[in-house]
Design a protein around this ligand. Structure first.
Ligand code: ASP
Length: 456
């Protein structure tokens, strides 16, 4: 790899990669070659007819293989910005794998229109900044995995084709071919499955989980996004908080070399609303300091809330959150819940709760939410059944991973942290999804279209 070249002075090497830049100086051609580890300068002269002719034919971003001797670069011409900037390669063999036509845009141009970048995302991702972003995301996920495995967690995946779970957003739905008129819903989160894994006895679960919510895309949301999803049995709120702080501390240390001070500050929902008028306060002293990270926990949320039009009672977190029993027994509507949000610089980066493990309390909460007996059985019969069979007390948390990576990177948009994001209209401009289905496909899934006419 290119990063290893400085230790190979005097040796014959072979490298494979892309043409980053081409500089022609009459009888001398410099090719800057890039692989995933860095860039290196290579050169060929007119004396070497074959390779010089091949080099003349080359264009930026073509993929190539070359061989040659690693030589020190003369003092003063070294490139300090590059890991292999102290050496260069005198080309002895040069082979073109794929010649690149003129690029649809200049990949070095930072001001580029985002839709163009998304259409040619594979080229956009060749930019070093984008490669760094995604590699950093991978490193963060690795730290999470390493830490959680050390802590005795197991990683399980849960179904994508599922039944709607009420996380509060609109579902993405998938028609069933074999059961006409029935639909799967894509998971808004693995919430009920992780609870069922606790009932199954696994005690410590996590997943880097894809979640789907069909919401209007405010500037910085994605219809599919990634959560770190965690659940544990026989735990209290404090256990989940400690684990979260441990993970975040390790990420901040290993990625940013910053020592976070724990425990993070805790503030009750009421206090936060009273003091800051918001349930995700930004506690930074200097909001212009990109190195300042102010974490806090918001706790003691009200269990229930009125929906926007006030005609309905909704769960503040979700309907499986354990209410605080003293207040719940007095008056469910003003009860607190055992739920907690982790807030960083005014952004909610995660949230969780202790869950209801008692069938009776779960049914009572459904009632408060206006979900009658019949609907309870239709929608959640499997959960109510499962709770009967020795369900352990359990709780957990989920983090929005894309948002967390964005904050660590200081990136402007969540899309800078995702390899293939959708644009603001929830379209994938590269593959052109969503796209129409053929009449045959529609027939197979028993769907007739009823598309509103475009307003003139
Ligand atoms: N499932 C919840 C969510 O996605 C998080 C949790 O309670 O663990 O918001």
């Amino acid at each position: 790899m290119i990063k290893d070249l400085p230790s190979k002075e005097g040796e014959q090497v072979e490298i494979k990669g892309w043409i980053d830049t081409i500089r022609e100086h009459g009888k001398l051609i410099f090719l800057e070659i890039r692989d995933i580890t860095g860039t290196v300068q290579t050169l060929t002269t007119a004396k070497d007819e074959t390779n010089f002719a091949t080099a003349k034919e080359l264009s930026k971003e073509s993929s190539i293989r070359l061989a040659g001797e690693v030589k020190p670069r003369p003092e003063g011409t070294q490139n300090k910005d590059s890991l292999a900037g102290t050496v260069e390669i005198k080309i002895s063999e040069l082979e073109i794998y794929t010649k690149c036509p003129p690029l649809p845009f200049d990949i070095d141009n930072e001001e580029l229109n985002e839709d163009t970048r998304l259409k040619y995302r594979y080229l956009d991702l060749r930019r070093p900044e984008m490669q760094e972003n995604l590699i950093l995301r991978s490193k963060i996920i690795r730290i999470i995995r390493d830490t959680l495995y050390e802590e005795g967690f197991n990683e399980f995946d849960t179904p994508i084709l599922g039944k709607s779970t009420p996380e509060g957003a609109r579902d993405y739905v998938v028609p069933s071919r074999t059961q006409p008129g029935k639909f799967f819903a894509l998971p808004q989160s693995p919430q009920l499955f992780k609870q069922l894994l606790m009932i199954a006895g696994f005690e410590k679960y996590f997943q880097i989980a894809k979640c789907f919510r069909d919401e209007d895309l405010r500037s910085d949301r994605q219809p599919e996004f990634t959560q770190l999803d965690v659940e544990m049995s026989f735990v209290s709120q404090e256990d989940i908080i400690n684990l979260t702080e441990k993970l975040l501390t390790r990420i901040w240390k290993e990625i940013l070399n910053i020592d976070l001070k724990t425990p993070f500050q805790k503030i009750s929902y009421d206090e936060s609303m009273k003091r800051y008028g918001i349930d995700r306060p930004d506690l930074r002293k200097n909001k212009n300091d990109p190195k300042e990270f102010a974490f806090c926990w918001v706790v003691d949320f009200p269990a229930f809330d009125e929906s926007e039009g006030k005609e309905k009672i909704i769960a503040t977190h979700h309907p499986f959150t354990h209410p605080e029993m003293e207040s719940f027994n007095k008056d469910p509507l003003t009860a607190k819940s055992i739920a907690y949000d982790i807030v960083l610089n005014g952004t909610e980066i995660g949230g969780g709760s202790i869950r209801i493990h008692e069938e009776k309390i779960q049914k009572k909460v459904f009632e408060v939410l206006g979900i009658g007996e019949k609907e309870q059985q239709e929608k959640f019969g499997f959960l109510l059944d499962a709770l009967k069979f020795g369900a352990p007390p359990h709780g957990g948390i989920a983090w929005g991973l894309d948002r967390l990576v964005q904050i660590i990177l200081g990136a402007e948009s969540i899309r800078e942290t995702i390899a293939f994001p959708k644009n603001k209209e929830a379209r994938d401009l590269m593959t052109d999804a969503p796209s129409p289905l053929s009449t045959q496909q529609l027939k197979e899934v028993h769907i007739k279209l009823d598309i509103p006419k475009k307003k003139k």
